[in-house]
Design a protein around this ligand. Structure first.
Ligand SMILES: NC(=O)c1ccc[n+]([C@@H]2O[C@H](COP(=O)([O-])OP(=O)(O)OC[C@H]3O[C@@H](n4cnc5c(N)ncnc54)[C@H](O)[C@@H]3O)[C@@H](O)[C@H]2O)c1
Length: 351
């Protein structure tokens, strides 16, 4: 078992990676207080014996699976259920699922009695390499992603690749969205991906990168927990990704891959991304998109997507769209574009 300590200014998190993370830590973490589990309908159905083994005494809230349920009314339902279950300050919340469960359960833990202990047990590749770490919690509101949320660090994150065995291929691809993002920021991960393009359909290869991705994220979050500077780098591909995700019905990780492709092309055109490096990154993005290929997404609402980007949290008040983009190997920068120019680029590069 590999353990990474994330020393954020607000709180320290222990991240345990390996199949023993569950067997070694979960019995310890569930002992001695009331426990409340948030999971989703798919994970609950697939892992009923697992829940019986580790959470027979806990109250389990089952969220219907899907991003559309990462909303205010489900958040309220979770908080109501926590109150009904008699949870108090010393109780503990366990988020068992993908990024949707992690985000909404983390926010419920942050809000209930102004904060109860939270353990993240990520079960999707995306959640294992990225969303379960770093303390961003949120729900979507009014068609805008993650617009209501809090920074709230989990006390522990237990990452076991055993869960990935039941993950559908399309969800593997979603995880690749965040892994390729790390490749755009970290030279070691970039080289690993370029060296192993023959293994893009090998789950063990992706699981082997978990530690590298989490280590990168932990270092960034330690330096800038509240996203005033370096943490903005973790949004590479996300301004456009979030915008097209909601307008085209793509999953988050797929949106990030398409978003990174579009934003990298914009960055090359604007002269802020080294062209040779940019082409190499684009090749990795295309390779990842080819995993579990699907029919071409519906981009007919791309104008609407541009409007979505207007509401992005990263934008300043000057009406420009702000994106974190790849610049060169292991280097990134912020790029601002006037809205009309951004919209034109989106239409041009979405194909
Ligand atoms: N907090 C952060 O820092 C952060 C970072 C990146 C993404 N996110 C958020 O994460 C969400 C996307 O996460 P996601 O891709 O995990 O989506 P998700 O939680 O919807 O999970 C994807 C699908 O996989 C299923 N699933 C999960 N684990 C499974 C398993 N072991 N076996 C079979 N099926 C399984 C789920 O039921 C769901 O249908 C988005 O809401 C995004 O905004 C948050």
């Amino acid at each position: 078992m590999q353990t990474i300590t994330l020393k954020a200014p607000s709180m320290e998190s222990q991240i345990h990676i390996g199949t023993e993370a569950i067997t070694a830590r979960l019995p310890v973490l569930t002992a001695g207080q009331k426990n409340f589990v948030v999971t989703d309908s798919n994970v609950r159905a697939l892992y009923s014996a697992w829940f019986e083994k580790y959470f027979s005494d806990a109250r389990i809230f089952v969220l219907p699976a899907g991003e559309e349920n990462k909303n205010f009314s489900e958040l309220q339902a979770i908080l109501n259920e926590m109150a009904r279950a008699g949870m108090h300050r010393t109780s503990r919340v366990f988020a068992v699922g993908g990024g949707v469960v992690g985000d909404i359960a983390g926010l419920a833990a942050a809000l209930f009695m102004r904060g109860v202990s939270c353990v993240q047990i990520p079960t999707s590749l995306l959640a294992q390499v990225d969303s379960s770490v770093g303390g961003k919690t949120a729900v979507d509101l009014g068609g805008v992603k993650n617009v209501v949320g809090a920074f709230y660090q989990p006390c522990e994150v237990l990452v076991s690749s055993e869960f990935l065995k039941t993950l559908p291929p399309r969800e593997i691809k979603c995880g690749l969205g965040e892994i390729v993002k790390y490749a755009a920021l970290n030279a070691e991960i970039f080289d690993e991906l370029e060296r192993n393009t023959g293994k893009f359909d090998d789950l063990d290869f992706w699981a082997s990168l978990t530690g590298l991705c989490i280590r990168h994220k932990a270092r960034v979050v330690e330096a800038d927990e509240k996203e005033n500077g370096e943490r903005k780098s973790l949004n590479v591909g996300h301004t456009t990704g979030h915008a097209i995700e909601l307008a085209s019905g793509l999953s988050h990780g797929e949106g990030v891959l398409f978003g990174m492709r579009i934003e990298t092309k914009i960055a090359i055109e604007q002269g802020v991304c080294n062209r040779v490096y940019g082409e190499r990154l684009l090749a990795l993005i295309d390779k990842a998109l080819a995993v579990a290929p699907q029919s071409v997404p519906d981009f007919s609402q791309i104008g609407e997507a541009a409007e979505n980007a207007r509401a992005d949290k990263k934008n300043a008040d000057d009406g420009k769209i702000r994106m974190a983009v790849a610049k060169d190997k292991g280097a990134w920068t912020m790029l601002d574009l006037p809205f009309a120019e951004y919209k034109n680029c989106l239409i041009k590069y979405v194909k």
